[in-house]
Ligand binder design. Structure first.
Ligand code: 13P
Length: 287
């Protein structure tokens, strides 16, 4: 059964570790992440961007697939199915479809509008027992074709949004989606510290987990980050393993063209990446 992310994230915040959100793209992705979480007894959050939602034939298809897998694979660890960077309308659609958690990304609106829309969703999610992630300060990089440069959030605005009663808060601290450029300035820990001081026990979310060095991840967790999003790194691992398989000519040997074989190495690479992240985030054995 899908659960809200509230309990797992509050526990993570109190226990000074982070739960990974891994974005899904298809059946192999979802299966790899769920199996790894179960093997490592780690709570997990499956992230779905609006673009990935369209790709996977809509939110109800995804809810059916994930619920089916939880049953068929005998998954016992807590799993939240979460809309990543949702619009207001997208959040409503996911709530309707049976997601257990949604993110409303109002970071591109003026703060008053972000507050007004987030507030409406707080009421809806509270009534249905779902978790809600809000965002202040746009995360840079490329997300579904939109490129931003990585803002640093205003801690006072973070407090205003946190006080609305959201479950978790994503704040820009110089992080970006996708690979980090060679001249990246790193995370702004002073900002993170200011935000955590003002928002207290609220679990903070670090987007753009791909490519952030392990020491920065650990420091971010020590300063109140309890949820870390990883997407690109699984994609890179999957692509590299699949390329190697084909370059080695394995698709031409026997029935190596069978998708169950063709995609097996890539799927194993996703599992290895998820395992590495869960170990780094400290969520292993916390389910
Ligand atoms: P990366 O693709 O950089 O890992 O970011 C993932 C993310 O933050 C999804 O919201």
């Amino acid at each position: 059964m899908l659960v809200s992310a509230k309990e797992m994230l509050n526990k993570a915040k109190a226990g000074k570790y982070a739960v990974g959100q891994f974005n899904i793209n298809n059946l192999e992705w979802t299966k790899a992440i769920l199996q790894t979480a179960e093997e490592l007894k780690s709570p997990v959050i499956l992230g779905v961007s609006e673009g990935a939602g369209k790709y996977m034939c809509g939110y109800t298809t995804i809810v059916g697939m994930v619920n089916g897998m939880i049953n068929e694979l005998g998954i016992t660890v807590p799993v939240a199915l979460h809309l990543d960077h949702g619009s207001y309308e997208g959040a409503l659609k996911c709530i309707e479809a049976g997601f257990s958690s949604v993110m409303f990304d109002g970071s591109h609106y003026p703060i008053e509008e972000n507050i007004a829309k987030t507030k409406e969703l707080v009421a809806i999610c509270e009534e249905k027992g779902l978790s809600l992630e809000a965002e202040v300060g746009a995360i840079g990089g490329e997300e579904d074709g939109v490129i931003g440069s990585g803002e640093v959030a205003d801690p006072n605005e973070c407090k205003m949004i946190a006080d609305l009663g959201v479950t978790m808060l994503a704040a820009g601290i110089g992080n970006i989606h996708g690979k980090y450029p060679a001249n990246w300035a790193g995370l702004s820990f002073d900002t993170l510290d200011d935000i955590q001081k003002l928002t207290g026990t609220m679990p903070l979310v670090l987007h753009g987990g791909t490519g952030i060095p392990a020491d920065m991840i650990k420091k971010a967790i020590s300063l109140g980050v309890s949820k870390i999003n990883v997407n690109t790194e699984c994609q890179l691992a999957f692509a590299e393993a699949t390329r190697k398989y084909i370059e080695a000519g394995k698709d031409l040997e026997g029935k190596g063209f069978d998708p169950r074989k063709l995609l097996a190495d890539g799927t194993a690479a996703i599992k290895a990446t998820v395992k590495e992240k869960m170990e780094l985030f400290g969520s292993v054995g916390k389910a």
